[in-house]
Design a protein around this ligand. Sequence first.
Ligand code: ADP
Length: 496
Amino acid sequence: MTLRGRLALSLIIIAAVLVVPLVVALRSMSGLHDNVRALREGEFKASLTLGRLRDALADVRSRELALVVRNDTVHAQLGTAITKAMSLTDSLNRYNLDGAPGKIHGALAIIAQATDREYAAVRADSGDLADKIRRETFGPAMREAEGAIGPTEQLLRGRTADRVAAAEEALIDAEHLSIAALAVALLLATAIALWLTRSISRPVFALEAGMQAIADGELDHKLNFDVDRKDEFGRLATSFEEMSRQLAELDKLKAEFVSIASHELKTPINVIMGYLQLMEEGVYGPLTEKQIPITKTIQAQARTLGRLAAQLLDVSRFEAGGGRIEPRPIKLAAMLDELERTFHVLAVQRQVAFTVTRAENLPVDVVWDAERINEVTGNLLSNAFKFTPAGGTIDLIASPDKNGVCIRVQDSGAGIAPEQLPRIFEKFYQADNQRSASAKGTGLGLAIAKEIVEAHQGKISCTSEVGKGTTFAITLPATVVNRRRTGGFRMIAPGT
Ligand code: ADP
């Protein structure tokens, strides 16, 4: 599934699970609303009607008493009051009140008949008969009608209380259900969010690590996630792999080009040097005063060119081997003696005080690529001699280090400006102190030295002060395990 699809699906699921507690709450609210409506339409209205019926019955009772005045209007008003009480009684029928309306209705029918008879007796001046009807018929019917109202009111009160209790219970249930649904929804949402974050952050971190690896020169880096996935990350991974493949190809082409070019340069340079030598020796006739300095300049330039070609070839070969070194056990003391011997002559020629100091507790045997390390120390010493004027000092100090051995090359020469110091290990970089140099360089020596030291799992650093001198320090493990540097790549170097 694509990233966009996964995001959309997750958002929909999160929204859906959050809707559940909302629906539960809404449903319980609508239940509550129904309950309130039922109460209003049922029990409350019935209670109200019962109250009005009680008033109507009281009205009937008082008007019955007025019948003695023998007035037709009073009799008619009594009839109306009875009819009103009847209709109120009938309207109670729909409230299911345990037969009370029927009972009241029956009593009211008796009351209506009794009052008519009573009025007829009054009109016939038959007071005894009227009294008898009141006592024996009207009175009991009236009491029956009035007596039915009290229990009905009680019944209604009971029903209201039941409904309120049921609503309260439903409300509590709904509250619990909503809380539970909300908790489940939140748990689910958190799980989805975590899954989403993981499924996005993992490839993002892997890509970031991949980019970093490429920036560090590790062009064969493999991404740490399923590159065959069908989403945007899968496409990104494919592009990433294509990019690193092309970069590796380019790097290989570049190294091949440098290797071939530098190799091809060597032959013409050697021919030029050879002819210059012969010219200097007078094989082609004596040189004039004017020609001598010109041949010297050409010779110096050809030498620089030769050195550049040799160093370029060295870099490209080193890179071609994936920065591979061949560590073998060597005697450290013998190596230092050899260095001292080699540079002693130069020190005498340049009138520079050169010392080699061997600190105590140095390991006797070290496992290094002796040829390569000699190249590094030789380069550091050559630079020191190049930038140190006559009367200066150059010290090579070898001392044990917690990680193995530290070799420092310290000179009292021209120094390097602090802002240029970080760049001196870059290929072809030369600091702004070339005027103090006794020979022309190429800017490649330190770049090669750094590569070699790092291939030995060591470190190289430099401190310097302009006008006071420079110190290079290399630290190397006493025993170097041969392992192919991740940053390197294989290349078929042409034979030399
Ligand atoms: P180069 O062939 O120019 O010596 P390197 O890579 O060996 O190339 O050195 C790079 C630059 O670092 C030099 O050009 C020089 O400016 C500076 N440098 C190196 N070693 C010293 C030193 N001992 N004293 C002063 N500057 C130095």
